[in-house]
Design a protein around this ligand. Structure first.
Ligand code: NAP
Ligand code: GFB
Length: 328
């Protein structure tokens, strides 16, 4: 049986992580490409998924049997705070078009991508798969968070009424090669890597935004990619699945910034701009369910410092083609 996997958002951080894994892991292994599989990694230049007709044309072209749906308007804290309606509307349009077209084309499985920032801001920790809808998300990203929560509701409705095998993954903060390094819209690690690189190059102070006190869990895009490949082949429940490093891997933004300073080799002045927002203080996620499911696959997380170093080396090698925003 031929398997045709369409990866929407295939040109982004997570999508390129999956393409790297499929091309570099041993063929027919747990995470490598399997005989009879074809993988298609698409970006917005092929189809604007906010547009229903363009979405249909894309499915007619690739006739996918399986979809990993990653495409989204994505950004860090400050982008979310500045564009709550865009993050709500764009993602609702993209998700509804992809899920309904997948339903009409009788796609065998769709895995969509939520985020741990969709969880309620005030809930008993750690976060697990049962707590998504138990309260309002953090103020800073309620647009994105509600659009993403709706995917879980849509999956359940398609399953209930038509039996569609639609499910979702819930990653924590992701980092790695091919990320968005534009300091205005990026997430914290790519923003700090870019800013620290410029501070070293221009001999200027390295400034971290906020107090440095918030806590985060960071998963390497190439580790997350393996878990998406595993889910595609082995996970058939509508229940979302958290894809994260352990709770004990939670680090402060200060510790993350220290690791960036070390990876970039910066020795100059380093300070915090506390006029900038801290956002949600923490969103500690449990990966207990995941570890139980992948215990026989030999999967292991890449140590943070090694993953960060690989990301910095990729950034330095690809600075001229990377997403860096306005030239500095
Ligand atoms: P990214 O690097 O910004 O990539 C976004 C992808 O979506 C790109 O391939 C982009 O295509 C595509 N896209 C955006 N708008 C589109 C549109 N209107 N029509 C078609 N394609 C569109 O994002 P990412 O970090 O890889 O995120 C992938 C998924 O992971 C998203 O669903 C995101 O919500 C989720 N997630 C990310 C994080 C994180 O920390 N990054 C954490 C949790 C969950 P172009 O390249 O052509 O623009
Ligand atoms: O990664 P980040 O933008 O997203 O910010 P969130 C994490 C923390 O890093 C915040 C601090 O406490 C920021 O104050 N920070 C320090 C910085 N310096 C910087 C910087 O230069 N840029 C950025 N961006 N942060 C996002 C959600 O929340 O998590 C998104 O808004 C998405 O919707 C993403 O879900 C995964 O973790 O705060």
């Amino acid at each position: 049986m031929s398997v045709r996997v369409l990866v929407t958002g295939g040109t982004g951080l997570v999508g390129q992580g999956i393409e790297y894994v499929i091309e570099n892991e041993p063929a027919n292994s747990h995470f490598g490409k399997r005989d009879g599989e074809e993988w298609f990694f698409i970006g917005s230049s092929e189809a604007d998924l906010r547009n229903q007709e363009q979405t249909r044309k894309l499915f007619e072209k690739y006739k996918p049997t399986h979809v990993i749906h990653l495409a989204a308007l994505v950004g860090g804290l400050f982008a979310n705070m500045a564009r709550k309606l865009d993050f709500l509307r764009d993602n609702i349009l993209i998700n509804d078009n992809v899920l309904h077209t997948a339903h009409e084309f009788k796609v065998k499985k769709v895995i969509s991508c939520l985020s741990t920032c969709v969880y309620p801001d005030k809930v008993e920790y750690p976060l697990d798969e049962t707590k998504i809808h138990l309260g309002l998300p953090h103020e800073s990203n309620f647009g994105y968070a509600h659009a993403k929560r709706l995917v879980d509701i849509q999956n359940r409705a398609y399953k209930d009424q038509f039996g569609d095998n639609f499910t979702s993954a819930i990653p924590t903060n992701v980092f790695g090669p091919h990320d968005n390094f534009d300091m205005e819209s990026a997430h914290v690690l790519p923003a700090l890597i870019h800013r620290c690189y410029l501070s070293k190059k221009n001999n200027t102070p390295f400034v971290v935004w906020g107090s440095g006190k918030p806590l985060r869990q960071f998963i390497y895009s190439r580790d997350l990619a393996k878990l998406f490949v595993w889910m595609l082949r082995n996970y058939d429940s509508v229940e979302p699945l958290i894809l994260s490093v352990g709770e004990d891997e939670e680090v402060s933004i200060k510790q993350a910034a220290d690791a960036v300073v070390n990876a970039v080799g910066f020795t100059g002045e380093y300070r915090f701009d506390t006029t900038k927002a801290d956002g949600q203080f923490r969103k500690p996620a449990s990966n207990k369910k995941l570890l139980e499911l992948v215990k026989d696959t030999g999967f292991a997380f890449t140590p943070f410092d090694k993953a960060l170093d690989e990301t910095v080396q990729w950034f330095l090698r690809n600075y001229n083609n990377a997403r860096i925003g306005k030239p500095q």
